[in-house]
Structure formats: C-alpha cells, structure tokens
Ligand binder design. Structure first.
Ligand SMILES: *[C@@H]1O[C@H](CO)[C@@H](O)[C@H](O)[C@H]1NC(C)=O
Ligand SMILES: [Cu+2]
Length: 133
C-alpha cells in the first residue's frame, strides 16, 4: 500500500513539473507578442481561389497572425468586408481592397471576412470568414 502511495505521489510531481514547463513555454511565446504571430498562405498550394471558403476550417488563428493571399490579379481580388458585405457580396464603404496578387493581411481579433468581387466569384462561394482568438 505504501509503495502504491509513493507511486501516485511521484506521478503527481511529474504532472506538476510538466504543467510548470507548459506555463513557462506559454509565457515565452505569449509575452513576446510579435514572435508568436504565424503566417499562413490562404488556400495553401491552391492560393486564394473559389475553393478557399473552407480553408480556415480546423485551424486556430490569433490576432496578429498574417494571411497571405496569392492569386492571379486578372482573375481575383481580395476585399476585407463587414458581415453585411460578406452576406450580400457587396463592398460597403470603408472596405479595404487588395489587388497585388500577393497581399499580406494582419488578422484582427474576432471575425475577419474576405470576399472576391470579380466575375461574381463571391456568389459562387469565394468568400471566407477567419476567426482570430
Ligand atoms: C510576397 O510578398 C512578400 C512580402 O509581403 C515578399 O517577401 C515575397 O517575396 C512576395 N512574393 C512574391 C512571389 O512576390
Ligand atoms: Cu475571384
């Protein structure tokens, strides 16, 4: 019985040590802000395309992370829009339009919405919501 008790105690110590290590790592990443920001290429190898709507699924984004939109400039653009713009495929006043084909956009906390306004692409599904924690 005593032996079993010691086993549990040492397991407990290992858990505490692991937790302390995890906290220390989080502090290093979290306290240095900019260093922890990640850069993502939207759509990965396909770039920003008609299939990009589902690209954010299953990914964890954070405010300050950077999205890089790569696409052919004659075919697509990127417009950062409000919820209304996203829902209606419109470009409300104040929306920012990107058209370089290699656009870096820094995520704000909350929902970041992007559409393509070329050739009705938004209506065909070329719109994307990226939630940043
Ligand atoms: C895209 O832009 C980044 C910086 O914003 C730059 O470093 C990179 O070389 C560019 N790539 C192309 C293919 O233009
Ligand atoms: Cu497009």
């Amino acid at each position: 019985m005593a032996r079993r008790g010691r086993g549990i105690a040492s397991q407990g110590a290992a858990v505490v040590a692991a937790a302390a290590f995890a906290v220390a790592c989080c502090c290093i990443a979290g306290c240095s802000g900019v260093a922890s920001a990640a850069t993502y290429t939207v759509g990965d190898g396909s770039g920003w395309s008609l299939g990009s709507a589902s690209w954010p699924n299953g990914k964890q984004f954070h405010a300050g992370d950077v999205l890089v939109f790569r696409y052919m400039t004659w075919m697509h653009n990127v417009v950062a829009v409000s919820e209304d713009g996203y829902n209606g495929c419109t470009t409300p006043a104040g929306s920012r339009t990107y058209a370089s084909g290699n656009d870096s956009v820094t995520l704000a906390r909350g929902d970041n919405r992007f559409i393509c306004t070329r050739y009705g692409h938004c209506y065909y599904g070329m719109r994307m919501v990226v939630n940043a924690a």
